[in-house]
Every structure is written in C-alpha cells, then in structure tokens.
Design a protein around this ligand. Structure first.
Ligand code: SF4
Length: 348
C-alpha cells in the first residue's frame, strides 16, 4: 500500500464544507436513497451493512472519528492530555426494541438490550449498557488542504499542525494505532478510503497502490468490547450528556464520565474497575470547572492540548468571516508546547 499524504490530511479533518465551494461530492457507489453524508464517514465496525443505510448513526457529526483503544485512552490521561478525548455514542433507528418485519434498513433490527433510552433517544447498547467509542476532538483550525490557496476554518484533529498538515504525534508513543492502520483497515474490509474520496472530489493521486497485507488491530465483534468499544454500566449517569453529545455541546465533566469508564474497562469483558474509574475521573476533572472560560487554563497544569482547543474555539467564534493564516498555530499550539512537525522537504 502506498499513499500520498502531502498537502492532504483528508482523514484528519472534516472537509465536507469545501464541497459547498464547488467540488462535487463523491457519490460513486451510493445506492438509491443512500445518504451521501453517511458515505463520507470513515467506516466504523458498529455501523450497519455497506449497501444500506446503517441502523445506527453516530450522535456526533464527525466523519473521520478515530477510535482509540483502552490502553491509548490511559496513555493520553497519563500524559495529561485528557482534554483531547471525546466519546461517540450511536442512535438506534426505530422506535421499538422488538424486531419489526417492516424494518429493512440494514437487515438487522434492534433487539432487546441493543438500545437504552436516554434523554428521549434510543442509544445503542450492549446488554443494556450504552456503547461508545473514545476518540480525538476536532476544534476549528484555519487549514488549506488539497492545494487550496486560501485557508478555511474546518474541524481539525487536535494533533494536526495546520501549517504543514502533518500529525504532531506521528512516530510518538501516543500515535493511535487506528491512524497508523488507516486506510489499510478500509481496504481490508473492501470499503472506500478517504484517499479515494479526496481524489474524487479534488483530483490528484492519493491512493497510489492499494495492495496491502492483513492489518492487525481490526478488533471487530466481541473482541472490541472493553478494548475499543466501551459499555457504560450506569446509563442514568449519561442523562444530559447524550443530549449535549448530539448537540455538539459536551463539557469537560461530560466527557470525563465516559472517558473514565473507557479507562477502567477490561478487554473482552463488560467489567469496570472502580479504582481505575475514580482515578481517571479525578485526573480528568483535576482543577476543572464546567464553564468554558475555565478551559483557558490547562486542566492538568502542563499540557498544551486543553488551552489550545479552547483558544481555537474562541478565535473562530470571534473571527466572523475572517480566516487567519494557518501559521496562527505557532501561537495557539506551538507557544504552548505542542511538538513541531518536520515539513515535507526532508521526507521526499
Ligand atoms: S492523531 Fe494525527 S494522524 Fe491521527 S487523526 Fe489526529 S492528526 Fe491525523
């Protein structure tokens, strides 16, 4: 497999807004009635069938969510980067938990225990426990991918350097397995890759060679439980959080609840370690308060991540129609201690 990532980062940001600037959306394999917006999403193993609208849609609107493993969640917490993490829940289509003959949306219908009602929504569950991923947040950053001359504010991975469009933690112990395996996972599952979507919309040669081996770490089915797909043992503790996840308004204490459960999970089981849960939750909430202003100070006193995310949100809100140069990241991220990226010149 060979990919050409220079000037792209299509799998690290949400570039759908650029399609409104004149590029054609990729609908090459969309069937009748298929939701083109869903087709843009990175494939995740909790979706329904490829040829139909899935029975479960994420509550959030991130098309390139990077699911982290339990050990990766713990590593981010140990490095004081809990502010980088956010949960993903799914909405189950259909009003009844009982299988319905008329429900042909994915070939599988919600069954007893497959969903739990929280905040008036049917949330996907396993054995009556709300299921979720933990991934990386995408604050708005000024970026100019795909050879564009002018930057645009786009939801962009907290770790993407907007000036080089390179990952700040590439090669670091914290670099997520999923990022290293993408797009190989999609190729192995015979699903379209983000590289191909970018090619279809903006041209260029991104996926240069689709030959690949058998990727490790797919973690499908029951292997994923407690390792990459987490289950909350107390659905009532998610009241309010589910509504704010759907509205894109999660607060630090909202994120802390599911992230602490993920850190306390045990691969292959539904078990949660109360000790690890309490430890992770207090680490996530250390010095934290609920209002956004408090996020202008680091929650852990040392990481650049939380203050930079807050600063990007504030600058985007106050910018109006103005889009600053990507080099603003030197101030927002670099001056706070974010690792530099090498640029492309020495990588040729
Ligand atoms: S961690 Fe790095 S490679 Fe992964 S999505 Fe973020 S910027 Fe991209």
């Amino acid at each position: 497999m060979e990919v050409n990532c220079e000037g792209c980062a299509g799998c690290c940001l949400d570039w759908r807004e650029l399609l409104e600037d004149g590029a054609e959306p990729d609908t090459r394999d969309a069937g009748d009635g298929a939701d083109a917006d869903w087709r843009h999403r990175r494939r995740d193993p909790f979706d329904g069938g490829e040829d139909a609208t899935p029975s479960r849609d994420p509550l959030d609107d991130d098309p390139s969510f990077v699911p982290l493993t339990r050990d990766e969640v713990r590593a981010f917490l140990e490095n004081g980067m809990g502010d980088a993490l956010t949960p993903r829940f799914w909405h189950v289509r259909g009003e009844s938990k009982e299988p319905r003959a008329s429900d042909t949306s994915s070939g599988e219908s919600p069954r007893e225990g497959d969903s739990v009602e929280i905040d008036g929504r049917n949330v996907a569950a396993i054995a009556d426990r709300p299921a979720f991923f933990v991934g990386l947040r995408k604050p708005p950053k000024p970026v100019a991918p795909f050879g564009r001359e002018e930057p645009t504010w786009l939801p962009t991975c907290v770790f993407l350097d907007p000036t080089t469009l390179q990952c700040r933690i590439h090669g670091d112990d914290l670099y997520p397995d999923e990022c290293g395996a993408y797009p190989e996972h999609n190729l192995a599952l015979e699903h379209e890759t983000e590289c191909e979507r970018v090619e279809a919309a903006f041209g260029g040669d991104r996926l240069r060679d689709a030959e690949h081996g058998d990727p490790d770490g797919l973690l499908l089915g029951s292997q994923a439980i407690g390792a990459k797909l987490f289950c909350h043992p107390r659905p009532a503790d998610l009241e309010g959080i589910v509504d704010r996840a759907a509205a894109g308004e999660l607060r630090r204490e909202d994120r802390a609840e599911p992230v602490a459960v993920a850190a306390a999970s045990s691969p292959g089981t539904l078990a949660i370690s109360e000790h690890h849960y309490e430890q992770a939750k207090s680490r996530l909430l250390e010095d934290g308060e609920s209002d956004e202003a408090s996020e202008s100070a680091s929650s852990d006193g040392e990481s650049w991540v939380g203050p930079a995310i807050c600063d990007w949100h504030r600058r985007c809100r106050e910018a109006g129609e103005t889009v600053p140069a990507p080099e603003l990241a030197d101030t927002v991220e670099g001056d706070r201690g974010a690792p530099e990226t090498p640029g492309w010149d020495d990588l040729e």
